[in-house]
Design a protein around this ligand. Structure first.
Ligand SMILES: Nc1nc2c(ncn2[C@@H]2O[C@H](COP(=O)(O)OP(=O)(O)OP(=O)(O)O)[C@@H](O)[C@H]2O)c(=O)[nH]1
Ligand SMILES: [Mg+2]
Length: 350
């Protein structure tokens, strides 16, 4: 799965104008009739709900739209160059690089179907018919097509979700996702079963919520341990984090510390609204430790739920609270319906 790529996009070159003179049987000195070249194709980037990451782009570095065709005789315009549409996942942010190296946001493709123009095609050249004047009625000049615009583009996918489930490996994230949504992720009794973010949809009477599970984090994930912390980029634009803990773990209290540390070390996600859910409380070893765990977690100052994703115990209460907090976050930050940001930076014509 690829979530960040640098590519070069180039609009097609404009077609050249044509030099031609009318040749007809009884008009030996027909005037100039060279047509204009066609405009080069443009490159657009489109958010498609059917694309999950950037691997479809392959290893290709340069994406070039079609060139405009040459103008023809009889004042025929050249054909336009073919446009190039690059499909990316919904939630892709499109940046370009300034000369200073700073990344400048061009667009945030946050809804399916929204698109941004990243490279214009070059204008077609003018045919000689355009250069005819009273003093030069037979111009032998035509202009060349302009080169298409070229740009370095950085694509970064950051899923937009209402709720993101994070936790150490094997804590039951996939089991919880399956319990609260229609997603059917693989569930197994070993760490790192889930190796890529998985999305599910949870609905209440008013709207659908997108819930994501990201692969498990381990201590030192920020240093690349386990699967690393790269997947936390998908938690950046979530309305709520559910920090899921394995209640059967003998170190459940420390596990929360480990998780919190990794979250804080990734672009400080610690300010996000958060719920702590202690899972697997159906297990006898979890029950045995419950009073001590409850006493400790009561001091946290965030909502804590003791659940069993397998039996469904307290899962409904957890989802109710989660939805309530997402509504609140969306009112404060506009997470649920984030408007598309399109920043236009017109350049002076050369
Ligand atoms: N007893 C009990 N077992 C559970 C519960 N929730 C999950 N499990 C089990 O815990 C194991 C791991 O569950 P997963 O849902 O795959 O955990 P995960 O956090 O997605 O794991 P990774 O994707 O590997 O990080 C499975 O064997 C589940 O059946 C629970 O509430 N009670
Ligand atoms: Mg999983």
């Amino acid at each position: 799965m690829i979530y960040k790529r640098e590519i070069v996009v180039k609009g097609g070159d404009g077609g050249d104008g044509c030099v031609s003179f009318r040749k007809e049987k009884y008009a030996p000195f027909g005037g100039p009739d060279g047509g204009d070249g066609g405009v080069g194709g443009r490159v657009i980037i489109v958010a498609s709900p059917n694309v999950v990451d950037l691997s479809l782009l392959g290893k290709k570095k340069e994406f070039v739209a079609g060139n405009g065709h040459r103008g023809g005789s009889w004042r025929k315009h050249g054909k336009k160059g073919e446009a190039l549409a690059i499909s990316v996942p919904v939630g892709t942010m499109v940046f370009t690089k300034a000369d200073s190296g700073e990344e400048i946001l061009l667009a945030d493709l946050s809804t399916p179907g929204c698109e941004v123009l990243v490279a214009k095609g070059g204008r077609g050249g003018l045919g000689n018919a355009r250069f005819a004047t009273a003093v030069n009625q037979a111009p032998e000049i035509a202009s060349k097509g302009e080169p298409g615009e070229e740009r370095l583009i950085i694509l970064e996918v950051k899923l937009i979700t209402a709720i993101c489930i994070v936790g150490l490996p094997n804590s039951g994230k996939s089991t919880l996702l399956a319990a609260i949504s229609r997603a059917r992720p693989e569930i197994a009794d070993y760490p790192f079963t889930t190796r890529q973010p998985i999305l599910g949809v949870m609905a209440d009477a008013k709207r659908d919520f997108i819930v994501a599970e990201i692969p498990g984090l381990v201590e030192g994930a920020h240093l690349g341990k386990g699967l690393g912390n790269e997947f936390l980029r998908h938690a950046e634009r979530t309305g709520l984090l559910i920090c899921l803990l394995d209640g059967g773990s003998p170190t459940v209290i420390d596990d929360l510390g480990t998780l919190d540390k990794e979250i804080a070390l990734y672009k400080d996600l610690s300010h996000k609204p958060k719920i702590v859910a202690v899972n697997k409380i159906d297990l006898p070893e979890a029950q045995a430790r419950l009073p001590e765990v409850k006493r400790f977690f009561a001091r946290l100052g965030v909502p804590v739920f003791y659940i069993s994703a397998v039996s469904g115990q307290a899962v409904l209460e957890l989802t109710r609270k989660a939805m309530e907090m997402v509504y609140q976050a969306s009112r404060e930050e506009g997470i649920i319906s984030q408007p598309q940001i399109a920043v236009f930076r017109p350049k002076p014509r050369k």
